[in-house]
Design a protein around this ligand. Structure first.
Ligand SMILES: C[S@@+](CC[C@H](N)C(=O)[O-])C[C@H]1O[C@@H](n2cnc3c(N)ncnc32)[C@H](O)[C@@H]1O
Length: 267
């Protein structure tokens, strides 16, 4: 018999009942949440129907306040370092080699990216992001860690068609906390195009906010998906999905899938 799902995976954060219970349990978070809701409502009105433009504006506003909080939710350098390290250690333990050619989608200010750049051969790291503001911060991270000789590429994008990148080039594609901020049409666009740039034998790892209940979103910026939705979407574009069980043990809160051209064979 299957275990019952973890109750945390059944929460629907968009429900009024959940919000009221949360507000009672965390009264000090109510003010900041309401301010964020008002700001997001303003930005959504300005960029009606265009999620990427809306989220780019969210990133501009958050980055102006704190680049580290803009990619991590909390303004803590220790947390910025720890989450970057967690991504790096996991990916190295799960196949990242210095000779890989890596594409990081939604690279932010290189919280993990600076470690990937350091690990990879020169010219082997390619970071893309919809936010020019956070990419300026990414450039500062390259300077801070003295990684100029590694010649990382950093490029702003306005969609995930990946149309400017070559066929079958990247052996590793990575997207951490990006689909957790993406509506399904953005995720679908990525899945429709990532297979083209993925080299034979390569893999695409991404995290997502998982629900075992109703799929929902909060404030237009946090999206919760069922695993099977993403697995089905990947299959539609010829990609096999593998749920990364051991990622669940890490103190992160999101889940991780690995997509490949062919099913991963476990020994
Ligand atoms: C929570 S941050 C995480 C950044 C980085 N992956 C990390 O772990 O530090 C999400 C990043 O994804 C970027 N992003 C969101 N939607 C995107 C999209 N559709 N295409 C490319 N980047 C996107 C945001 O601008 C932001 O820099």
């Amino acid at each position: 018999m299957q275990d019952p799902p973890d109750p945390r995976l059944l929460k629907n954060r968009s429900r009024l009942g959940h919000k009221l219970r949360y507000a009672l349990a965390h009264p000090r978070r109510v003010g900041p949440h309401l301010r964020r809701a008002a700001r997001n409502a303003r930005l959504r009105l300005r960029h009606r129907g265009d999620h990427v433009a809306f989220y780019r504006a969210v990133m501009a506003s958050d980055t102006a306040r704190s680049p580290e909080a803009a990619v991590g939710g909390v303004p803590s350098h220790a947390r910025w370092l720890a989450i970057g390290r967690m991504q790096y250690d996991y990916l190295v333990a799960h196949g990242l080699r210095p000779g890989d050619r890596m594409l990081e989608i939604g690279c932010g200010n290189l919280r993990a990216g600076w470690r990937f750049i350091d690990h990879l051969e020169p010219g082997h790291y390619y970071g893309i992001d919809i936010s020019p503001d956070i990419l300026v911060e990414a450039k500062k991270t390259v300077v801070r860690y003295g990684l100029q000789d590694k010649l990382p590429y950093l490029t702003p994008v306005d969609d995930l068609t990946l149309d400017f990148l070559p066929d079958a080039w990247f052996t590793v594609v990575h997207a951490h906390s990006v689909f957790s901020h993406s509506p399904l049409e953005v995720v679908a666009e990525c899945m429709a195009n990532v297979g083209r740039v993925l080299a034979p034998g390569g893999f695409f790892d991404f995290t997502f906010d998982r629900t075992e209940g109703h799929e929902h979103q909060v404030l237009g910026e946090d999206f919760y998906y069922r695993t099977e939705t993403l697995v089905r979407l990947a299959a539609k574009h010829g990609l096999a999905a593998h749920f990364m069980d051991d990622w669940e043990r890490l103190p992160h809160g999101q889940s991780k899938l690995r997509l490949t051209h062919h099913p991963v064979v476990s020994h």
